[in-house]
Design a protein around this ligand. Structure first.
Ligand SMILES: [Fe+2]
Length: 345
């Protein structure tokens, strides 16, 4: 830690918060986390400050330490799952792209049958609207009353089709390679975005921001509706996940939502990526990249997202109570204790 701190100090002339104080708070909070599994608010704030102060280098270093005793499992040379088969060479090239660009559009889709099943689930399961409307309701496409409708994670993990996706060996291996360890399944998320509000909503993450739940993580997204320029494509800044890639001027604002014009001042035009795709399209991203959902002009968008992580330090999410598991899912969790550590039966 000492050398690391020295190198950081050499590089950073202006710090947003005293680095030493944040390091002390983080170290205390991290040892508490190791014994309780919980991250305190102070430790999390210090962790955020350390990200902004070191331009991400702190998180990289902590990730490397956290995975030391968690080597990735060896797998078969070819793995098959919901988006087909991939060889070790394919995984290698996916991982190279993810490492360099921070995202990969896999240009493959899950089956139309699976899209239909998940969409039907999403049209009959209760959601929570944006907090300002404070409603719980099933989404009615004919009468939107919120720009976002989020599903409860417990409902998601108890859906058999989502359990099958959680076990998907191809998706897991993409995360395994990117994280360089046996990944932990962190959480699923699914939400409808609508054109109810015709302007960028901070609530619906429609302004550029980076996520910072963990030391290192990977998100895999599945579009469950066709997504084009009108109904809220995902946007990101290629390569901005890398340590030192974010402009210090923007990091000085801390963990803030950043207007497009400000991002455009610092990042090249060709690195502004927009992801369109048909229903079923799959892409992966390290959401340390600046990213956002585009405000919808019309229609709606349904997305399913999984997060895979190397450590649970950071945001405190609930563990998942599985009431409705197939025998296969139970067995899978038994055989993959690291991956399945957040599931309770
Ligand atoms: Fe985000």
């Amino acid at each position: 830690m000492k050398n690391f701190l020295y190198r950081v100090k050499q590089k950073i002339s202006k710090t947003i918060h005293p680095l030493k104080a944040d390091l002390d708070t983080f170290n205390k909070g991290y040892s508490e986390f190791l014994s309780t599994g919980k991250t305190s608010n102070e430790a999390y704030l210090a962790f955020l400050n350390l990200y902004c102060n070191t331009n991400g280098k702190f998180q990289e270093a902590e990730h490397k330490k956290a995975i030391q005793n968690n080597p990735p499992k060896r797998t078969e040379d070819t793995l098959s799952g919901v988006i087909g088969s991939y060889t070790s060479g394919d995984f290698h090239s996916i991982n190279n792209t993810l490492g360099k660009d921070g995202y990969i559009d896999l240009h493959r889709k899950v089956s139309p049958e699976l899209v239909k099943k998940l969409t039907n689930f999403a049209l009959r399961t209760e959601t929570t609207t944006a907090p300002k409307y404070d409603k719980k309701m099933v989404y009615d496409p004919a009468h939107p009353v919120s720009e976002i409708y989020r599903f409860d994670m417990q409902d998601l993990v108890n859906n058999p089709d989502i359990q099958a996706l959680i076990m998907d060996p191809v998706l897991i291996n993409i995360a395994r390679q990117y994280l360089g360890c046996e990944p932990i399944f962190d959480f699923p998320a699914m939400w409808w975005s609508t054109s109810f509000l015709k302007e960028a909503s901070s609530e619906a993450a429609q302004l550029y921001h980076f996520d910072l739940d963990r030391f290192k993580w990977l998100k895999i997204f599945i579009y469950l509706t066709d997504v084009n320029e009108d109904n809220g494509p995902h946007r990101l800044i290629r390569g901005s996940h890398l340590p030192d890639a974010k402009p210090t001027e923007l990091l000085k604002r801390g963990y803030a939502r950043i207007p497009d014009e400000d991002i455009a001042q610092y990042h090249k035009k060709e690195d502004f990526i927009v992801i369109h795709g048909e229903a079923g399209a799959v892409f992966a991203e390290d959401t340390k990249c600046w990213h956002k959902g585009t405000p919808l002009r019309s229609g709606h968008r349904l997305v399913l997202e999984f997060e895979y992580t190397s450590s649970m330090f950071g945001s405190n999410y609930p563990t998942f109570e599985i009431k409705n598991a197939s025998e296969e899912f139970k067995q899978f969790c038994k055989n993959n204790p690291v991956y399945a550590k957040n599931f309770r039966f």
